[in-house]
Design a protein. Structure first.
Length: 366
């Protein structure tokens, strides 16, 4: 494509803001966004083609970030599907939206199907080579190191077995559930992450996607006994920069700080809060928790809110989150799951407010 030879070194400024915010007060709060659902429409190409083309996915993410002034691009893809597809789980591809697993035909229907979970040849399996090429292009075109995305153990098990069935297995057939979780962790995820680590040894982080492991879909006992331990196993095998940040739902907990302690087992690198949790508990709760554990904070403005609110309401929420969450710095801002239906003026309002208020952070006096 025409932009293939273009370099996107301007994004290095955004990564500098990220590094500043990790340690203190940045020149400006950096802003990320989840863009992958927008890329087909913005690029004028079908979703099925986009999600098989590393160049279109990578350049598409860059172009959207440039268009809206988003500081930090990420390698944006359908992270929940890659490992499942690599071992034979059928996906449903669409012309307009991201692919999803074929939930009517799960790969694992009973114990005998566990034999289907074998370590694939990641140089050839399904779209694993597409993912590797995306990371290579990202690093070549930006001059920045790419974080590696993966599907966390619980969500991967749910995608190849079915979420309802996995929850029933945990309660009624725990031995089978343990075997399933061990297979996806030991035979798929650890080899895959080590494969990526071998190709990109200086990656700053391996970032797992695990939205299914959230309240009220699961409970806190499941988080402690079934979800966090397998993420800790990944970290033990791959390295300390493995994290799973997007388990949410603390607004449902009777003890939100205790729930955050469980989440910190999954992600010891920073604290993350997303709407509607942040809307319910307030950014001050997350700032206090992050300060208590001496960690940076990422706050996410919710997808539904960004889609439905007015630009004025969005500007006000971003102001509140930046000012309350950014005391003493150490804050990143995230726009959650921007969709083709998200009004462009709403995205611009969020970015403009983040740039305006994120440049005025001050250190709080003791």
């Amino acid at each position: 494509m025409a932009d293939y030879g273009k370099q996107y070194y301007s994004f290095q400024e955004g990564f500098k803001l990220v590094a500043q915010a990790a340690k203190g007060i940045p020149d400006r709060v950096p802003i990320y966004a989840q863009l992958c659902e927008m890329i087909p429409l913005e690029m004028g190409v079908s979703a099925e083609k986009i999600f098989h083309d590393p160049e279109l996915l990578t350049i598409g993410s860059f172009k959207i970030c440039e268009k809206y002034g988003i500081d930090v691009p990420v390698v944006d893809l359908d992270s929940y599907n890659i490992e499942a597809e690599a071992i034979g789980q059928k996906l449903i591809f669409d012309e307009n939206i991201m692919p999803d697993v074929d939930r009517m035909h799960p790969l694992i229907q009973d114990r005998k199907d566990l034999k289907k979970i074998k370590t694939p040849d990641f140089d050839k399996a399904a779209r694993c080579p597409v993912v590797v090429e995306m990371y290579r292009l990202f690093e070549k075109l930006t001059g920045c190191r790419a974080s590696m995305a993966f599907c966390a153990p619980f969500s991967l098990a749910a995608n190849i077995r079915g979420i309802s069935q996995v929850l029933m297995d945990i309660m009624e057939r725990p031995d089978f559930a343990r075997s399933l979780f061990e297979c996806v962790t030991e035979d798929i995820l650890i080899p895959w992450l080590l494969h990526l680590k071998n190709k990109f040894p200086q990656t700053p982080a391996f970032v797992g996607a695990d939205a299914l492991a959230s309240l009220p879909m699961v409970n806190e006992t499941m988080m402690e006994e079934w979800i966090a331990p397998y993420i800790e196993r990944l970290r033990e095998a791959v390295g300390p920069n493995v994290c799973v940040p997007n388990q949410t739902g603390e607004r449902y907990s009777k003890a939100p700080e205790k729930f955050m302690d469980i989440r910190r087992r999954a992600n010891p690198l920073y604290v993350e809060g997303q709407d509607p949790d942040v809307e319910a508990l307030g950014p001050e709760f997350y700032r206090k928790y992050a300060d208590k554990h001496d960690l940076p904070l990422l706050l996410g403005v919710g997808a539904v809110f960004l889609n439905n609110a007015s630009p004025e309401e969005i500007s006000e929420r971003v102001r509140h989150y930046v000012q309350a969450g950014g005391k003493n710095g150490r804050l990143w801002l995230y726009l959650c799951n921007l969709a083709p239906s998200t009004p462009p003026e709403n995205i611009k309002a969020a970015v403009t407010a983040a740039h305006k208020y994120g440049s005025r952070l001050e250190k709080t006096k003791n």
